[in-house]
Design a protein. Structure first.
Length: 132
């Protein structure tokens, strides 16, 4: 975000607050330009800090969702119900071997415990492997 857009956001904040707007109008009419500059820069800085804290909160929330993408190998896994679309990990229910020397391994995973319309994409190690 550039300097001009920060200043403009400060001006918009002041314009939305009638008390600050009247105070700035009086300062302009009396020639106190330093007050106008201080008010605009303070509002711009406050707006910048608010957006920065919102971005940090959003990042912290998204980081807390990472546990949904893990796969679990447990004896009994709770049902997972999905509304809409979501990236989720699965519950490993079986590991089977095949081949003459058991060289192939097949992993059976349950991702949801209900009927779904489609499985859109399959990710393995955070890389897209298959699109249906």
């Amino acid at each position: 975000m550039g300097l001009l857009s920060k200043i403009w956001s400060g001006v918009k904040d002041i314009a939305s607050n009638p008390i600050q707007l009247v105070t700035i109008g009086v300062a302009i009419s009396t020639g106190n330009w330093w007050y106008v500059a201080a008010a605009v820069s303070t509002a711009a800085y406050g707006n910048y800090q608010t957006r920065r804290m919102e971005e940090k909160a959003k990042a912290a929330y998204n980081d807390s969702l990472q546990d949904r993408l893990t796969n679990a190998l447990t004896a009994e896994e709770p049902y997972q119900i999905i509304y809409g679309q979501a990236k989720v990990g699965g519950a490993i229910t079986a590991v089977l071997k095949s081949g003459d020397k058991d060289q192939y391994r097949h992993i059976v995973m349950v991702h949801v415990a209900h009927e779904v319309q489609e499985i859109g994409e399959i990710y393995i190690k955070a890389r897209l492997r298959k699109t249906f």
